[in-house]
Design a protein around this ligand. Structure first.
Ligand SMILES: C[S@@+](CC[C@H](N)C(=O)[O-])C[C@H]1O[C@@H](n2cnc3c(N)ncnc32)[C@H](O)[C@@H]1O
Ligand code: SF4
Ligand code: SF4
Length: 383
């Protein structure tokens, strides 16, 4: 055991200090800082409707404390303003963005994009904000699939699509904005590694997705600076492969992103053979802070079922590196053991065979594939 390790007398858990960052390093790859868990949509693919937590917004004082902690100790390479909830309906969102940017944090905002129509003043404000990256969860790219979003009745699909188009075009046209925008499409092509938790058909297979991607390119790129030529666009769209996370760069400020349907840790699956071994980067490379200050290990813990501590009482470093719940979880993963029942479900599957494959696959993914991909492409896997 290194001198950086010690034993926590309260719990007899070995506390591993080896995650402290050096001057050039970050403690975590990303942190999900949930400014609100309130949302104006009820997407069928999201656990928003079954979330048991009370709804609320993060107090500005707590947000500032979190941002100070993250900035001062270089705790995260990327800060994302969501775990659950819709960040653009957080009442202090533009103040929150400014607070993060004055601390030089690499802030990402993932939004359903509904307020671009419902509160059009959000468009110039977000374009002028200086935020490095905005991901718009378009997900359902046409009126027939938009039905599953559970949007407010006054927001018709054509309004929703027009609001998003207006924001993307305003950002492309503004030379002073360097915000990179990703437009995200849900890919429901069946996936052998995921448990099919819901029968859902949004966009499936290469042909359907390429058609949607092309229609949205045509819509967004009208008069866009640095737009690709028709041949370049064809070549870019031809690279799309169904059933996987993929980013297709259109201009230096705009990319299309496809993302496979996920089961949120198999939360709604009837039968799950739990995982006993495997690896996950929760607490090592990622963590979440819920709006009430509860710290959780990952973006999948939407209901705060793995509470590691609370930012109102301790610092994030202390919660992640010196307190028993996080150390115990990480120590298990470091020995390829899955100790928490929520993680056992998350990494399990509906058959013995698939569960075994997922457990082995988790180790192969985090210990081999992910590091290799990151070396080849430093932006790989960014939220
Ligand atoms: C939980 S949402 C919170 C931020 C914001 N409300 C939004 O929708 O962008 C974060 C991201 O998860 C995506 N998402 C939700 N459920 C999903 C699922 N079952 N599979 C894949 N992505 C999902 C959303 O579309 C969004 O891009
Ligand atoms: S995916 Fe986002 S917009 Fe849809 S219900 Fe979940 S939190 Fe709301
Ligand atoms: S295994 Fe546990 S820590 Fe990892 S994503 Fe699933 S619930 Fe989160």
């Amino acid at each position: 055991m290194s001198t950086a390790d010690r034993t926590d007398s309260r719990s007899q858990v070995t506390v591993n200090r080896s995650h402290h960052c050096s001057a050039t390093d970050y403690r975590l790859e990303r942190i999900h800082l949930e400014v609100t868990n309130v949302c104006n949509f009820k997407c069928e693919f999201c656990p928003d409707a079954i979330m048991a937590r009370k709804r609320g917004h993060m107090a500005l004082t707590l947000l500032e404390k979190a941002l100070d902690d993250i900035a001062e100790h270089r705790l995260a390479k990327i800060v994302a303003f969501h775990l659950m909830g819709e960040p653009l309906i957080y009442p202090h969102i533009f103040e929150a963005i400014a607070l993060a940017l004055t601390r030089h944090l690499n802030l990402h905002l993932t939004t359903n994009g509904s307020t671009f129509h419902m509160r059009p003043e959000h468009i110039p404000k977000l374009v002028a904000s200086g935020i490095p990256k905005v991901t718009i969860s378009l997900q359902t790219p046409d009126p027939s699939t938009f039905i599953i979003r559970g949007a407010p009745p006054m927001l018709k699909p054509e309004h929703y699509f027009e609001g998003i188009t207006q924001y993307v075009q305003a950002n492309l046209a503004e030379a002073n904005s360097s915000t990179r925008v990703h437009l995200k499409f849900l890919d429901t092509t069946p996936h052998p590694f995921l448990v099919p938790h819901k029968a859902m058909h949004v966009v499936e297979g290469k042909e359907q997705m390429q058609q949607q991607l092309r229609e949205w390119c045509n819509r967004l790129l009208v008069n866009a600076p640095q737009r690709p030529s028709p041949d370049q666009l064809n070549a870019k769209l031809a690279t799309h492969k169904p059933g996987r996370w993929q980013v297709i760069e259109l201009t230096p400020k705009l990319a299309l992103e496809t993302f496979p349907l996920d089961s949120w840790g198999n939360v709604e699956s009837n039968t799950v053979i739990p995982a006993r071994f495997g690896y996950c980067n929760g607490t090592t490379d990622q963590a979440g802070i819920l709006y009430d200050g509860t710290v959780v290990p990952c973006c999948k813990d939407y209901d705060g079922q793995i509470p590691l501590g609370n930012l109102n009482h301790n610092t994030l470093s202390d919660i992640l590196d010196a307190q028993a719940p996080a150390c115990r979880l990480r120590e298990g993963f470091n020995k390829f053991q899955v100790t928490h029942p929520v993680c056992q479900r998350c990494m399990g599957a509906d058959t013995q065979h698939k569960s075994l494959l997922r457990q082995i696959g988790s180790i192969a993914y985090f210990k081999a594939y992910n590091p290799i991909m990151k070396k080849l492409n430093p932006g790989w896997g960014e939220v």
